[in-house]
Write a protein that binds this ligand. Structure first.
Ligand code: TA6
Length: 304
């Protein structure tokens, strides 16, 4: 299916009043989702969700005000899909950071209207260049269920005859009131690699609070996390399955200012809490097997 034809996409996958295909920023095709419970936007390139707001809530997912949404470029914010490696490629410095999926070519494979939510499914189409970067027969699909909660199921199917080894993450940027006031619960006593301190292995004491550049890969944890944001009087719950790592990242002021697609103050309104399989938690998927990395995001009020 050629995804460049908006009218064909709307004819095949559009759902009146719920799912509309549009030509968005940078000329990239995007999917606008609206239902009784939420609004959302997914850029088809990278299967990149850029917006999700439950009805009556501020957006839960953060998008940089200066995000450069353009062909073959990573989008700053939303939910980048890091696959089939996380961070720099382990041996090839010229390979794209965080893999091929987030800037890759995807196609819509299904849209479904359910009682109080909408499902959208996409599949990665590897072009020749992407095949060179990842020469393994693999099908990657991403299934979004959008409503009062947001569920994402990232499915890796090893269709080849040999085992494959992958790193991955849903690199989610959460929208927060003020980085100085939020905390992340659920990682207490977990061990992490501190990437701002030579990747030294440390143990988390108490909730995670951010007061400087923070870049941590918490390993061997399948725990749910809770971002408490008193400024927005809400907590954002992150449930996950098929993920043994949780990454917490905020670039802080200096790094934020140095990124053209972020700007000097943007760091104070975002926090990445990423459900991943990275470092020692990378996954080996046997020939013919399927791996699911699943998350569910939901919002709870903090108003007593
Ligand atoms: O997930 C944290 C991290 O790996 C950081 O080290 C930082 O590089 C961040 O991802 C953003 O990466 P990007 O390639 O999107 O600029």
């Amino acid at each position: 299916m050629n995804n460049t034809d908006i009218s064909a996409l709307n004819a095949q996958f559009g759902i009146a009043g719920q799912v509309t295909f549009v030509e968005g920023q940078g000329g990239l095709n995007a999917i606008e989702i609206n239902n009784a419970e939420c609004s959302a936007n997914i850029v088809i390139q990278g299967a990149h969700l850029t917006h999700w707001a439950p009805s009556g809530q501020k957006p839960v997912i953060w998008l940089s005000p200066t995000a450069d949404i353009a062909p073959n470029k990573a989008i700053r914010g939303g939910i980048p899909i890091c696959w089939p490696w996380f961070g720099p490629h382990p041996s090839k410095a010229d390979f794209p950071s965080h893999g091929i999926a987030r800037t890759g070519h995807w196609e819509v494979i299904a849209t479904t209207a359910l009682a109080d939510k909408t499902q959208v499914s996409l599949r990665l189409i590897k072009n020749l260049e992407e095949n060179d970067l990842w020469p393994h027969p693999t099908i990657l699909e991403c299934h979004f269920t959008l409503g009062r909660a947001l569920e994402i199921d990232l499915v890796t199917h090893n269709t080849g005859g040999d085992a494959i080894h992958i790193g991955q993450a849903l690199h989610t940027y959460f929208n927060i009131s003020d980085i100085h006031n939020v905390s992340v619960n659920g990682l207490e006593n977990c061990y992490y690699l501190d990437k701002v301190d030579a990747s030294k292995r440390k143990q988390q004491q108490g909730p995670v609070k951010i007061s400087a550049e923070t870049d941590r890969v918490y390993t061997d944890t399948d725990a749910d996390c809770l971002i408490s944001d008193p400024g927005f009087q809400r907590q954002m719950r992150i449930e996950k399955r098929g993920s043994q790592s949780t990454v917490v990242w905020n670039p802080w002021a200096e790094k934020s200012a140095a990124m053209a697609d972020m700007g000097k103050s943007a760091y104070s309104n975002m926090l990445c809490v990423e459900s991943a399989n990275a470092a020692d938690d990378e996954r080996t998927i046997q020939a013919g097997d399927v791996h699911h990395l699943w998350v569910r995001y939901s919002v709870e009020s903090m108003i007593p």
